[in-house]
Design a protein around this ligand. Sequence first.
Ligand SMILES: Cc1ncc(COP(=O)(O)O)c(C=O)c1O
Length: 368
Amino acid sequence: MIPKQQIVHLPVYQPGKPIEEVKKEFGLTEVTKLASNENPFGCSPKAKEAIIAEIEQTSLYPDGGAVKLTAAVAEFFGVETNQIVFGAGSDEVILMLARAYLVPGDETIMATHTFPQYKHNAHIEGATCIEVPLKDGTHDLPAMLAKVTDKTKIVWICNPNNPTGTIVTHAEVKQFLESVSENVLVVLDEAYAEYVDPATSQFHDGLALLKEHKNVILLRTFSKIYGLASLRIGFGIGHPDVVRCVNQVREPFNTTRYAQAAALAALGDQRFIDDCRQANSEGIAFLKEAFDRLGLPHYPAHGNFVMVDVKRPAGPVFQGLLRRGVIVRGGHQLDFPTWLRVTVGSREQNETFLRTLEAVLAEAPVNA
Ligand SMILES: Cc1ncc(COP(=O)(O)O)c(C=O)c1O
C-alpha cells in the first residue's frame, strides 16, 4: 500500500495531555488545564438544555444543511443564508477550503507562526506553503503580499493570531485586500473574534470587508467563547460562490444534531457571551499586571490566551507546572523556546497558575 506522497512525512497531531492522565501520572487530585484556549465557564445553560432535548432524536441523521442554525446565524450576522457553511469545528472548514481550492503545484501563504492546520491541510493537498515570519509577533501583511504570485491560491490570516494573540488592524487588512488579486482567496480566521474589544483594538470588521471583496471568507467557531468545543461546530461566512465550492466538498452529515441544537441555543444567549468576554478581559488584565511585575515580556493579548516569555527554556518550566497540576502550552513545542501560551481561566485558575508559575520560576535555571 502506498499512501499519497505528500503525507508520508506529515506528523500526527500531538494533543496536550488530558486532565485524567496528568492526575494519574503525578498523583494529583486537582489539575488546572489552561492549554487549549477553552472557555473556563463552560457553555450557556440554554445550550445544555438543548443537547438534552435532542437525546430522543439520537437515532436520526442530523439536518445535513443545518437549515435552522444557518437561518439564525445569517440573521445574527446580517448576511444571506447562502453565505454560511458549517464544519465539524472550523478545523473542518479549513480542511474543506484546502480540499476545494488547492492542488499540487499551487502556493498558499501563511504566517510563521500561526495556527498549524492551514499548513497541515495544504500539505495534504500537495500545495507549496510559503511561510512569512511574524513581525513582533504580528502578521506582516506587506511581506505576505510581496510573496503572492500567479500560483497563489489561498492566503491565511489568523486574527487574533494563535499562538501570539496579536491582531492586525482593519486598515491593514483592508489595504491588503485592496492590493491582492481577486483570484486569491483570503481566509480571515476569526476563531477568537468575540473576545476582542473593538473599542480599543481597531480590530478588522470582517463583515464590512466581505461586502467589499468577493474573495474573502471569515471563519468562526462555537468552540471558544461559546464553550462548545467537544461538539465540534464552526462555520465560514463568505461570498455565495465560495460557500458553494466548500459545500461541494462537504460530507453530507458533517455536524451533529447535538452540535446544531446547542449552537442555536448558545447563539441566542448573548448575555452569557458578554459575561465571558468581561471575565476574560479581567483575566488578561490580571495576568498582564503579574507578568509586568515579574519582568516577563508578553505579546498584546486579544484572544483568550496570553503568550509570555519566561526568559529561560520553556520545557523545564512547562514540566514544572505540569508536575504541580497546571497544564499550559509550552513554547518549546511551538518554536518559541522561552515562551509559554496560557489560556485565560477563571479568576481562581489564573491565581493558581500564577502562584505555581512563581514557584516554578524560583527553581528553574535562568537562561543568562
Ligand atoms: C485560530 C484557530 N482557528 C481554528 C481553530 C479550530 O477550532 P475548532 O475546530 O474547534 O472550531 C482553532 C482552535 O484552537 C484556532 O485556534
